[in-house]
Design a protein around this ligand. Structure first.
Ligand code: NDP
Length: 320
């Protein structure tokens, strides 16, 4: 009888992943600390990894028989893909199954930001409606806005589709224009920001996207401008954003992601025209279950058929 493959799970992951993995694998759970707490013999047994969050290259280097890394989430920037690729180790992520949830949340965050709905609810819950009267009118509205989408990939496209019935204009910036969609294309982010008054960012964390939304882009967005970020905190120069909000360079912001999560700058908490969420864009039970299933199904598929379901582009599956 072939021994059951050993799958390493470093740190916390959705329990559905470990429950389902245990049906067919030996599952080795270790705490997520500065080092991989694993003896050499155990490390040599590991053939697959299921991980939510960081998998540094020095950990991958300690696993001599590793074949596949199944990463929870569509963004896999915390996994050292270059180290994996150098050793022919496949990396998988969980694309598509979260598109609807993240797009729904992006639209909700946009409306919350312009209409200040979370603040209005707090007003009611604090008894201020009864004591002080109606909640103040929101200075901003979604009506008549021109929305620029930074990143029109799997999720960006779903955001755009959802915005169509809101009767806003829609444009976008990506490195290459999409020939299959009719929205207005801008070849640079600054040009997009100049043209629109609402910018939604949904791009991956890459060297190119680091602080792409900087003081110049915010200034181009202008005094009626609203920034929504549901991609990665990495993409926004947070200091420049705080300054733009303080000086009225833009009108408001809605953020689900931050530079140094879970730490959120005090200055952002203090602005009345900002809506903040703790990185919850995909965080519903049904969507997280679907993501957990894809993490597991990639590993089942690899050890049964020698193919994975959703490899990342940097580690393409060899053609058979
Ligand atoms: P895709 O790969 O499908 O789309 C990425 C889009 O970004 C493409 O349109 C791509 O177009 C564009 N893009 C990439 N690099 C650049 C660049 N340098 N400048 C301009 N545009 C760029 O990814 P998804 O839509 O599936 O996911 C996007 C990201 O959203 C994830 O990587 C993740 O980080 C984040 N995310 C956040 C979540 C949350 O909880 N807040 C949940 C899910 C995802 P092109 O290649 O032509 O430039």
């Amino acid at each position: 009888i072939q021994p059951r493959p050993t799958i390493l799970v470093p740190g916390r992951i959705n329990p559905r992943v470990t429950d389902r993995l245990a049906e067919r694998f030996d599952v080795l759970c270790v705490p997520h600390g500065p080092d991989l707490e694993l003896g050499e013999v155990e490390a040599a047994r590991v053939r697959g990894v299921a991980v939510s969050g960081a998998l540094p290259g020095r950990w991958i280097a300690r696993l001599p028989n590793l074949q596949v890394i199944s990463s929870f989430g569509v963004g896999y920037d915390a996994v050292d893909v270059a180290e994996a690729a150098g050793r022919g180790i496949l990396v998988t992520n969980t694309p598509d199954v979260l598109n609807d949830e993240v797009a729904d949340t992006a639209v909700a965050l946009l409306i919350n930001t312009v209409r200040q709905l979370p603040q209005a609810e707090t007003w009611l819950r604090q008894g201020r409606w009864e004591r002080e009267g109606p909640f103040p009118l929101s200075p901003l509205s979604l009506k008549g806005r021109h929305v620029g989408i930074h990143g029109l990939g799997r999720i960006g496209r779903e955001i755009a589709r959802r915005l169509e019935p809101f009767k806003v204009r829609i444009s976008y910036h990506t490195r290459r224009p999409r020939t299959d969609l009719g929205y207005g294309y801008f070849p640079s982010l600054t040009a997009l920001a100049e043209a629109v008054d609402t910018l939604i960012s949904i791009v991956p964390k890459t060297p190119e996207t680091f602080k792409a939304i900087n003081a110049d882009v915010l200034s181009a967005l202008g005094p009626n401008g609203v920034l929504i970020n549901v991609g990665r905190g990495w993409t926004v120069d947070e200091e420049a954003l705080i300054e733009a909000l303080r000086s009225g360079t833009i009108a408001g912001a809605g953020l689900d992601v931050f530079q140094d999560e879970p730490r959120v700058p005090e200055e952002l908490l203090a602005f009345p025209n900002v809506s903040l969420m703790p990185h919850v864009a995909s965080a519903s039970v049904p969507t997280r279950n679907a993501m957990a299933d894809l993490v597991v199904d990639n590993l089942f598929s690899w050890f049964e058929t020698g193919r994975v379901l959703t490899p990342v582009p940097e580690t393409p599956q060899p053609v058979k």
